[in-house]
Design a protein around this ligand. Sequence first.
Ligand code: ZN
Length: 199
Amino acid sequence: MTGRGCRDGQGNAERKHMIDQEKIRKAVKLLLEGIGEDPDREGLLETPDRVARMYGEILAGMDTDVSQPLSRVFAVDSSEMVLEKDIAFYSMCEHHLMPFYGKAHIAYVPDGKVLGLSKLARTVEVYARRPQLQEQLTVQAVMEYLKPRGVMVLLEAEHMCMTMRGVKKPGSRTVTTAVRGIFETDPLLQERFFHMLGD
Ligand code: ZN
């Protein structure tokens, strides 16, 4: 196993990083000591193990290759926008390792091929299960693997690192958009995206 791959361009940085449960257990024990807890008291004895297993699940995207959901494509003649909206996701922000969760809406304009149904949702799921920034989720991967004429992604999420600490505004959502390809140069297409979202 090599070290962490380069994070930019997500798609071409595909890699397998098996989660090391033993390291997580040690780290959680240290963390407990660091905050002044006694990791050997009864209530905490199983905690490092529990957290390690939990991370194995919620960060399973580290061990999953995103090219899987994105490789199943079908030929089409149409170049009409395809929109998949309200894809619920749970992720972890890479700045604080705190959850952020919300909905993703992804549109693309095909260039001869479309993805199988639910594959965008599956792609969001893989990326969400890696520590990262909301802005980066999926857009680059869709561009690289599907090679459509354009992609637009809108994400709305509540960040626990904002609502539990700092400004403490429960329920406030961070909305980000990312556009690539034809969406960047065609404001009408962006308008249609927002219109279709509203329907
Ligand atoms: Zn954060």
